[in-house]
Ligand binder design. Structure first.
Ligand code: ZN
Length: 249
């Protein structure tokens, strides 16, 4: 029975990442996998990428990781500005070998992974890096969900929306809450593990998942977001990127 943790959407938030790795260790879970968006938005792309390289069994590419190496036309202005900062922080420089290692690591990320009998994507099963599977898609976009579930044979895992919960083949989405945080993953379903570094479900605590056999538990971990906010402001990033961390939005 495989036991492993899934993290996603770290977004250069070192305090959240450290708190999550500490919780995973306290839970006694050895394997950790990462669904991407290691960087973007936050002030600490280098230390966060190095921690991921050290602790994660594998990592796949998120849209912000992709944006490090491509034209960013589709990114909103805040995301683009933060990626310009991230590129500066990680630009390879011969006196900074760890920067080059982090840069090459992000550049070489695969866009999907299969492991433990499951499939893993940052975004969606048919468009792994860019497409959002939104919690509202079940009732607003049933055709989209039908097309997505045509790609889903068993349980699969995504991030990207920063909303933890489970999409079922009947298109129902069950949001993970403190009252309902453990889910059976027997048949086809799309599990969103939420975001470590920038939750958007109104809960500022870092979100990640632990899979034990046919069950997945969404875990929430408080961290010192005031420290993260101060670093974002000190780095000259947009104040909205700091402010949202307190609201989990
Ligand atoms: Zn993200």
């Amino acid at each position: 029975m495989a036991t492993f943790a899934i993290i996603s959407d770290l977004h250069s938030n070192l305090e959240a990442v450290e708190a999550v790795f500490a919780r995973i260790e306290a839970l006694g879970v050895e394997d950790v996998v990462c669904l991407g968006d290691v960087v973007g938005y936050g002030a600490d792309p280098l230390p966060v990428t190095l921690l991921v390289m050290k602790h994660c069994k594998w990592t796949i590419q998120g849209n912000h990781d992709w944006g490090m190496f491509h034209e960013m036309d589709d990114f909103n202005p805040l995301a683009r500005e933060a990626l310009m900062f991230t590129r500066q922080q990680l630009r390879p420089f011969f006196l900074r070998p760890r920067r080059r290692q982090a840069y090459e690591f992000l550049r070489g990320l695969p866009d999907r992974m299969a492991d433990y009998g499951f499939n893993f994507y940052h975004g969606s099963p048919r468009d792994p890096v860019m497409e959002y599977v939104l919690k509202s898609d079940g009732f607003l976009e049933p055709e989209k969900m039908a097309q997505l579930f045509a790609h889903v044979e068993g349980p699969c895992f995504v991030g990207h929306t920063h909303w933890p919960g489970v999409h079922r083949p009947d298109y129902r989405f069950t949001q993970a809450t403190d009252e309902e945080s453990e889910f059976l993953i027997g048949g086809p379903c799309i599990v969103n593990v939420g975001s470590v570094g920038q939750p958007r479900d109104g809960d500022p605590r870092a979100s990640f998942a632990v899979v034990r056999g046919d069950r997945v538990q969404i875990e929430r971990v408080p961290y010192d977001f005031r420290r993260t906010q101060a670093k974002i402001l000190a780095a000259g990033l947009h104040p909205a990127l700091a402010e949202r961390l307190a609201r989990g939005k």
